[in-house]
Design a binder for this molecule. Structure first.
Ligand SMILES: [Zn+2]
Length: 476
């Protein structure tokens, strides 16, 4: 669960100076949201998070003092020495916070060393925190399978936190975070890794905003995952949050209506976040499945984050700022590792502006790449992915002859998702009369002489009067 600086597994001949990836290790995490927590427990959780923040701020202060006085930076042992018995938390939780702090410091140092420009703005942990997530390593966590109770200790003499969650796996480390409501991030150790690499082929991925990913292999195949679903969820969310913000601007801060709007805002953004995360996982899963099917053993992911800093007008800036490309790279790396595909990330500069046939350069317009020199036409993102082979592996591949298009996933849940789909009746050659087999359809009859069965009593019929179906007296 710890955040650390992850250097690429293999370094191709590329400029890596701009490369930094902070990620949650290579663990599969299962996210649980307790639907309802009693007031007392909520208060306990808040207090524990405050306590964790106090510890964090103390570590920040110690480290800052060392930096300011140019003294030797504190090591893990010195940092941990000051924590004993000072916080109302489990000893392992306290240690995890120290670990997290050191990991952040290390990542910052690494980034500042590799990328001198980042020294202008990248600072060591300094921000004032009121709340901090709580961590428990695997050995501190216990799970009562009979009662479905996840037990998280809070230290000797204090009540443990107990959550009711049904798990079908043995829980590993647990992180308790607030994301518009409490969430339990539980590491699962039951995810198996493929033993052998799928094959010897190579593939490159071009990540994008309109198309989540475009993959080109050296087997002459290509896959494009459409990202428009995620895009539209995000646009809708932006609009709805805007509308809520306008309403909120007219309320008094802290009033009942203000709180009500805050709840609405939280609910709305949670829903969108879950939907987008789902689509993102489904899209990257399709990329890896495609690679396995094409027997790809080495995958190169182009890092497009250079384009994020460009200013492109307020509409495009909103789209780009909501584009979570770091997540895509993380998910791809994670899923590739599970499939035993060697994965590396590197610069993708100038790959999408070059013609894969004649090398002519120009900035593409629209979704198709049309070469002005040789007349080549191909999918813009596939062009980027195919050209990347030259950068990453030093080999030119032929432009894929066929491109498979896929959506990341369905935009809307099917109706009755949780119930099995109704089985369709077997096809029959006879017309479907809606009657059981062997029952002849009724012969046509004159309306009025024999009204349909099961009707509620009709005063006109009871009186023996002809019933006119079209103009039934409504107020007879
Ligand atoms: Zn050309």
């Amino acid at each position: 669960m710890e955040v650390f600086y992850a250097p690429p597994a293999r370094r191709p001949q590329l400029d890596y100076s701009r490369f930094v990836l902070i990620s949650r290790g290579m663990e599969s995490v299962s996210i649980h949201r307790p639907k309802w927590l009693p007031k007392g427990q909520l208060a306990a959780l808040r207090e524990a998070q405050r306590e964790a923040a106090r510890e964090w701020m103390d570590r920040v202060a110690v480290h800052k003092q060392a930096r300011d006085t140019r003294a030797k930076w504190p090591t893990r042992d010195t940092l941990q020495k000051f924590t004993k018995g000072r916080y109302k938390l489990h000893s392992q939780t306290i240690q995890m916070i120290v670990q997290q702090f050191l990991a952040n410091v290390e990542a910052t140092t690494e980034r500042r060393r590799n990328d001198p420009a980042s020294r202008q703005w990248l600072r060591y942990p300094h921000r004032e925190k009121t709340f901090f997530p709580l961590y428990w390593p695997a050995q501190a966590v216990s799970y009562d399978r009979c009662a479905s109770h996840l037990i998280l200790p809070m230290g000797r003499g204090r009540k443990s936190l107990v959550f009711r969650v049904a798990l079908d796996f043995e829980p590993g480390a647990v992180k308790l975070v607030w994301k518009d409501g409490y969430e339990l991030h539980i590491v699962r150790g039951d995810v198996v890794q493929a033993e052998a690499s799928p094959g010897e082929h190579r593939a490159c991925v071009d990540l994008g905003e309109i198309h989540q990913a475009a993959v080109a292999t050296d087997t002459g195949a290509a896959l494009v995952i459409c990202g428009r679903g995620m895009r539209s969820h995000k646009r809708l969310l932006s609009k709805q949050l805007g509308a809520l913000a306008r309403k909120r601007a007219r309320c008094k801060r802290g009033s009942r209506r203000w709180k009500k709007l805050q709840r609405a805002r939280r609910k709305r953004s949670l829903l969108a976040r879950r939907r987008i995360r789902d689509l993102r996982h489904k899209g990257t899963r399709k990329v890896i499945d495609f690679c396995v099917q094409q027997k790809v053993g080495t995958l190169f992911i182009g890092d497009p984050r250079g384009v994020r800093t460009l200013k492109a007008g307020r509409h495009h800036n909103q789209r780009i700022s909501r584009w979570e490309v770091g997540q895509d790279m993380d998910y791809l790396r994670h899923k590739a590792e599970r499939a035993s595909i060697a994965c590396s990330i590197g610069n993708e500069r100038r790959t999408s502006s070059r013609c894969p046939q004649c090398g002519h350069r120009h900035r593409p317009k629209g979704r198709d790449w049309q070469c002005k020199a040789c007349g080549f036409v191909g999918h813009r993102d596939v062009v980027g992915a195919a050209n990347m082979h030259q950068n990453a592996f030093g080999v030119r591949v032929t432009f894929p002859a066929r491109v498979t298009y896929r959506r990341a996933g369905p935009m809307r849940a099917a109706r009755g998702l949780n119930s099995p789909a109704p089985s369709l009746p077997a096809r029959r050659s006879s017309p479907d009369t809606g009657l059981r087999e062997g029952v002849a359809p009724p012969s046509p009859q004159l309306l009025g002489t024999s009204p349909p069965q099961g009707r509620a009593s009709d005063p006109r019929r009871d009186a023996g009067l002809p019933v006119r179906r079209q103009t039934l007296p409504s107020a007879a």
